[in-house]
Design a protein around this ligand. Sequence first.
Ligand code: HEM
Length: 409
Amino acid sequence: MAHHTAADPFNAVEEGRRHVLWAWLNATGAVHRAVLPHGAPAWLITGYEEARAALADARFAKLGPSSGAFARKLPEDVARGIHSHLLYLNPPDHTRLRRLVTAAFTRRRVERLEPYVRDLTASLLDRLGETAGETGEVDLVTRYAYPLPMAVIGTLLGVPAGRQADFHAWTAPLMSPELVGYEAYVASAVPLLGLLRELIARKRAHPADDLLSALVQARDGGDRLSEDELTSMAYLLVLAGHETTVNLITNTVLALLTHPDRLAALRRDPEPSEAAGRVVEEALRHDGSSQTTMPARTTADVRIGGTTIPAGDLVFVSLLAANRDPARFPEPDRFDPGRADRGHLAFGHGMHHCLGASLARMETRVAVSGLVTRFPGLRLAVPRRTLTRTPSVTMNALDALPVLLRDAR
Ligand code: HEM
């Protein structure tokens, strides 16, 4: 039986409230009928088994490039240049693109980035320490978590130092189209697309040992990425790789600051990198970056969780709910990096499983362990219950994470 729900985790801003609502939904069933914040009817899948099954089932199809932000209003070449990407595509287009792109996104490339991420983190930490006042009160969202992934993506794409400021200014509005509106969106999308085209031309003329060059050169038999697919892929890296990583860094730090025993254990561990890896993995399960995956539409009537979702309906899979399904994870609300059961869905599952998962894990591990090591007195500057979450269907972001870097002298 499908339950029609009025519970609205997407607009639940009070810290912790979102999880209470998802848990309540999960307790009443695995599949729910709901109305989204902007009024559209949709199905929410909350049970772990059902979520995993839906993500592996091609009858839950992504909505196509025309579902991209302002797709019908944008100049056609701009829409094609930014929306021809994996998260809007289905087989066979998705299969073809994913095969080409996977070859460029190697583990080795991520491993080689680690020393750079460490340096970057160290300089961000220096700056945090220098500019904070007596007690070192800072907002970790804007001052630490936000700049790191943006710099990493800029480097992956080979954005020259002199263009980084432009790059940052253009990408911010693109991450919240509904908030900034069409004019601001197009005013960022057009110059960013211009920059991406320029970078791609440069890599084509002078290939370097970087991700963008690898994408330009990617071949599968006679097949290769078209110009629109290349710019869209670069654009997707900006969108998929930024805010998600910001959220994971801050959600992980919050979990540690509210579980001092876990924080102490992390600091004591003789294998800090492994211990931080376990903390990040549990943070992904316990309070992941994404509330839901990108929407899908059923291409046929689908029977799932005892309910039939009719063909043509809009469906959201709740990763937050699935990852705290008590049928899959005992005592799901407990933050326990020692947990034996793996298999969280925070990076999605199936054909759209996150391509940047190992990069995101590495960045977060380095960022979190760097922070807690540099500032032994690190603690929340405000009571946890006063923290707030940004209203969103897809993201699970803290508005701010005010901390004290050191004890008052
Ligand atoms: C904590 C950080 C991250 C999280 C939690 C995350 C989560 C996800 C999820 C849930 C999906 C599947 C969405 C769906 O099925 O609708 C996805 C897809 C994707 N992610 Fe990530 N992501 C993160 C970081 C990154 C990074 C750093 C990159 C690259 C720089 C990246 C690149 C991608 C790409 C390209 C896809 C599309 C794959 C496809 O459709 O085949 N992500 N991510």
